[in-house]
Design a protein around this ligand. Structure first.
Ligand code: MG
Length: 261
């Protein structure tokens, strides 16, 4: 089994990066693994921590219409250059945590996606160098308030509510080029989205290089690589699961709007 890199919070409220073991204990690292974190002799028992999202990005870049069939279902074509936008880091939430349905929206869509985790400070990198800048891979759901996206010319609102970037549950170092990505809703056995990630219009390496010509990517930053065809709405109480072969699955439940307390 591939090594699974996690971020956890202990019951004493300490946050650590670590390696998830087969018995669900966590071997703690002394720094994020992409910053050369080394194993320590601290081992956390399975009932002594909760999983957090596996990284804490300074920024999240997301790519729109990067699968041809999704571009068609949105009534558009594939862009000539990557179309990217930002999601704030406060959108990030962990596996099993709620996605909060905002009161401003009447249509909340799932978008299952592969996320790239950047490992090193990257600026103006060529596509040939980009592979070495991708430290690992994880799963995300680029949750979108579709009605607000249609209404707004900028997507900060429709893509930016708290909890709109479920991420995890862990990061793996390698992924096969033809890995399958699937999205399921509740107990339906058939996926609503299903593709091989090699159907992306712009490859992971191309995206890293392209974005790095604009802004410096920092260790732990995320690139969401776009969603395949089959996007659709979620209702309060729905469970949405995004699965990527070779990583695992990310599951979240849609909850009523969060009340400020
Ligand atoms: Mg998306």
């Amino acid at each position: 089994m591939a090594q699974r890199f996690v971020r956890v919070r202990t019951i004493q409220k300490q946050t650590y990066y670590g390696l998830l073991q087969l018995d669900r204990s966590v071997q703690v690292l002394d720094a994020p693994p992409w910053l050369e974190g080394q194993p320590t002799d601290l081992n956390l028992e399975p009932d002594s921590y909760q999983l957090l999202a596996p990284c804490a990005p300074t920024k999240i870049l997301a790519v729109g219409r990067n699968y041809p069939h999704h571009a068609s279902e949105m009534g558009t074509s594939v862009p000539e250059e990557p179309l990217f936008f930002l999601k704030p880091p406060t959108t990030v939430t962990a596996d099993s945590h709620p996605i909060y349905y905002p009161k401003q929206s009447q249509q909340l869509d799932y978008e299952g996606e592969l996320a790239l985790v950047v490992g090193t400070r990257t600026s103006h990198c060529m596509p040939e160098q980009a592979h070495s800048r991708i430290w690992g891979y994880t799963i995300t759901n680029d949750v979108t308030a579709r009605d607000l996206q249609r209404k707004d010319s900028q997507w900060a609102r429709s893509k930016g509510f708290d909890s709109f970037c479920p991420l995890g549950p862990w990061i793996v170092r390698n992924l096969s080029a033809g890995a399958n990505l699937q999205t399921f809703l509740n107990d339906a056995p058939e996926p609503l989205q299903s593709t091989s990630i090699d159907q992306m219009v712009f490859s992971a390496e191309f995206l890293v290089s392209y974005i790095s010509q604009v802004m410096t990517l920092l260790p732990g930053d995320l690139i969401l690589t776009g969603t395949p065809a089959g996007v659709g709405a979620m209702q309060i109480g729905d469970r949405v699961r995004v699965q990527i072969e070779g990583i695992g699955s990310l599951e979240n439940t849609v909850a009523a709007p969060k009340v400020e307390g």
